[in-house]
Ligand binder design. Sequence first.
Ligand code: B12
Ligand code: SF4
Ligand code: SF4
Length: 317
Amino acid sequence: MTHTEADGADAKRRIQARARELGFLALGVAPASVPDVERERLLRWLGAGYHGSMSWMETQKELRLDPQSLLPGARSILMGAFNYYPGGATNPGPTWISRYARGRDYHKTIRKLWRALLPTVEDALPGVRARWFVDSAPMLEKYHAERAGIGWRAKNANVIRKGEGSWFFLGGMLIDRPLPFDSPAIDHCGSCTLCIDACPTGAIVEPAVVDSNRCISYFTIEHDGPIPDDLEEQAGEWVFGCDVCQEVCPWNRFESESTVSDFAPRSDPASLTLEQAVDLRKSDFDRIFRGMAVRRAGAALFQKSARRALRNRERER
Ligand code: B12
Ligand code: SF4
Ligand code: SF4
């Protein structure tokens, strides 16, 4: 090992140790580039129209394929995983809001964690230029996470960690320094197809490929246009997001409760019933979901989804 390689390995160890202290589930390092095979996959996905009305996926595609556009001179990406699992028996719900959205808005929390990690990165790599992201920038987070050894891109299109599951967010920090890269994670889905079979709307059109136009998560969070008739009923009682393809995954038997207090489910939404959700005044919606991801979707989409959820509940009776 040369002197510089040894320095890089030491810097990486110090950064990883600090990340663990701060509550990161994992931190790995990937090169700041996207290979042609991933480029083809993204273009194929867009070409098939699987992004639906998320036109920013199309307009920002070249940026998404080029980490240098976010940080010119970038050499490495520190990819982080952040466990948000709210627990099993102790999780107060409500069950119609997906688990990731029951605590504080993750963009705020993860931004805070990167900010807290930055002094260690700067100390380990003097003069470093860095830029962090969490959903906030056009980056192929799942690809970079797999490349950084965080977990594999599974058939349910989420990144899964062996023995830990997928109830975690991703985020990253681009830096203009080379650090020793991790080995890419290895696929452990095997012959299992539980998620594909369980998806209520048939949105997983091939392993690891989701057609957003059919995904409940998309039309309860991202898309405020009409839902195709056949999906109305299949969407069941989900009002914000959908967890089915993760709930059925055998690897998610292993995840332990998050230790990041900001991700803990909040009590106000937990006591909200579906009946109350339908009639919520805008001011009450804003108050109950203040600082949470749900508020970003807006009261109108939330209530539309709540009405559909209630119709489906009554149909079931
Ligand atoms: C757009 C988006 C969505 C869209 C589209 C979903 C999708 N699968 O892309 C919608 C609104 C539907 C969505 C839903 C959800 N999302 Co989302 N989403 C994103 C976002 C902003 C971009 C993802 C993206 O680039 N999609 C474009 C497609 C082309 O990318 P892809 O799935 O990686 O597609 C690849 C595969 O098709 C692959 N491919 C094609 N052929 C093959 C073959 C093989 C063998 C392999 C391995 C791959 C492969 O190549 C493509 C290009 O890389 C990311 C954040 C980010 N900046 O990355 C969060 C993100 C992926 N979402 C996240 C979450 C949590 C969710 C939900 C679980 C939320 C919920 N509970 O409702 C659901 C899960 C739905 C699902 N099963 O995927 C997390 C995932 C965390 C994790 N552990 O993996 C992310 C990373 C946000 C974050 N920062 O934490 N999401
Ligand atoms: S989030 Fe729900 S609708 Fe979307 S792919 Fe997973 S199971 Fe299907
Ligand atoms: S349910 Fe099975 S196929 Fe789907 S992601 Fe989990 S292990 Fe992979």
